[in-house]
Design a protein around this ligand. Structure first.
Ligand code: ATP
Length: 248
């Protein structure tokens, strides 16, 4: 059954500072409640595609010069990041970006600015996040900067959920983390997807990992889509790494 298209990116071209072509021609779709992986070697353009979708491109002096981006059929290209957040798109950037001097709980509360929930509703949402990530409950009064890399990644995802997103753009969630922690995080992503119907676009260099959790995937090569298809089909291709991912 067709689950309906949530996001449609058509033929975008993205340029940094008016000169550096980072994304030449990328088209992709994400269905409602779908987990999609965006793969590619270092510098292939994954982060830039995410920034184009979330509206954060302009913060890096990047501009979408060509193409369309539609959410639920509506044109969203050029909207500011806060407007996009209000429409349900949240971007968890590479490197996690938590506020190091705020506690874990205070960091989570910054995610609530958007919908200003009642005290009771806010408590329910925090309890949800703590149920998904019990480590965050244990460390709720600890300064975020003093928690582990895995805990900071969980915090960044938990905080994103307080904005009640329809689509989470996750940039390199596995980066620098131990395999066991990475698995824990990916299992939570699948659980959030099932329980909340949240769609995910996962930008990852770790192809095997994301293909194990995503339904479909796109492989970028120097700013273009080189391959796309069901995750299981791509996982079965033994030339994927050699040709596109530059890692063996
Ligand atoms: P990585 O995993 O290393 O982030 P990526 O696939 O996400 O790789 P991008 O970060 O989107 O790739 O980079 C795509 C291209 O854009 C690269 O050539 C990169 O050098 C360039 N680029 C990225 N950010 C900037 C920036 N702020 N200013 C200028 N060029 C940039």
């Amino acid at each position: 059954a067709d689950q309906g298209t949530l996001l449609e990116v058509s033929n975008i071209e993205v340029v940094y500072g008016g000169a550096i072509l980072a994304v030449a021609d990328v088209s992709l779709t994400i269905g409602n409640g779908e987990i999609v992986a965006l793969l590619g070697a270092n510098g292939a353009g994954k982060s830039t595609v995410l920034k184009a979708i979330s509206g954060l491109a302009s913060a890096d002096r990047a501009k979408v010069r060509r193409g369309h981006i539609r959410l639920g059929g509506e044109d969203i290209l050029g909207l500011a990041a806060n407007k996009l957040a209000a429409r349900g798109i949240v971007h968890v950037m590479e490197g996690r970006h938590v506020f190091p001097h705020l506690t874990v709980k205070e960091n989570l509360l910054t995610g609530a600015f958007l919908h200003r929930p009642s005290r009771k509703e806010l408590k329910r949402q925090l309890d949800d996040v703590y149920a998904w990530f019990p480590r965050l409950r244990d460390k709720q009064s600890t300064q975020a900067g003093l928690t582990s890399g895995g805990e900071q990644q969980m915090l960044a995802i938990g905080r994103a959920f307080l904005t009640q997103p329809r689509l989470v753009l996750l940039d390199e969630p596995s980066m620098g983390l131990a395999p066991r922690i990475v698995q824990e995080i990916f299992e939570i992503i699948v659980r959030l997807n099932r329980e909340k119907g949240t769609a995910f676009l996962l930008a990852e260099q770790n192809a095997a990992l994301s293909l194990a959790y995503a339904r479909r995937a796109y492989v970028l090569d120097t700013g273009r889509v080189a391959l796309e298809g069901p995750a299981a089909d791509l996982a079965a291709r033994d030339d994927l790494h050699r040709i596109y991912l530059g890692d063996g």
